[in-house]
Design a protein around this ligand. Structure first.
Ligand code: KMT
Ligand code: NI
Length: 198
């Protein structure tokens, strides 16, 4: 059961998320609204987005990570370092990652170093920016529209996890004809939780 082991955290050190302003300009900037409009972990959960905070310093033999991988069936993992001098076709890949897209499977990423933003669409199509720093593990459900960018530090090292043989194929929006997209929409509709920060 995916949500069963989620630990809700608040206060300093918690993963932060906020509604984005609509401005153009550098995708690596925070794009917070003025005044700031934070988004809670509960709101993210209602969208099917789950989060764990782990100790990335011990990722190579972390019993908590092992337990999550076992519980969730994340049999596959690799590590991607996104930085100009280490990633082949860096510019092209970053451009691709920032195109609004979905996958037919969950996207699971664990930030081992550096930082990154994952943007997800909420039910009203607004962009929520999720600020990921070292130790944040996130799961985006299959069928959710999202995108990825580096921050102004231009560096992240991330573990990619997957259930079984990985499929990285991204379908750029519009991709509403996929069953998984319709299934996703139904799954968020049935969550009738009251949102305090929407
Ligand atoms: C995706 O599909 O959005 C990505 O793989 C993002 C980059 S991996 C840290
Ligand atoms: Ni993706």
């Amino acid at each position: 059961m995916r949500g069963a082991t989620v630990i809700l955290r608040s206060g300093p050190g918690a993963m932060e998320a906020w509604y984005m302003d609509g401005s153009d300009g550098d995708q690596r900037e925070p794009h917070r609204r003025d005044p700031d409009q934070p988004v809670s972990l509960e709101t993210l959960q209602a969208l099917g987005v789950f989060h764990w905070k782990l100790n990335a310093d011990i990722y190579e033999k972390d019993p908590e990570l092992e337990r999550i991988r076992k519980d969730q069936g994340y049999s596959y993992m690799d590590i991607i370092t996104i930085r100009k001098d280490t990633l082949p076709n860096y510019e092209e890949k970053l451009k691709m990652f920032f195109e609004e897209h979905l996958h037919l499977d969950d996207e699971i990423r664990y930030i081992l170093d550096g930082e990154a933003y994952f943007d997800v669409r909420d039910k009203e199509e607004r962009w929520i920016r999720i600020a990921m720093t070292k130790g944040d593990l996130i799961t985006l459900p299959a069928g959710i529209y999202h995108r990825f960018t580096l921050t102004q530090t231009n560096f992240t090292k991330a573990m990619r996890l997957f259930v079984g043989e990985p499929v990285w194929k991204a379908y750029n929006r519009p991709a509403d004809h996929f069953d998984i997209r319709q299934k996703y929409l139904l799954s968020v509709q049935s969550c009738g939780a009251v949102q305090m920060d929407g």
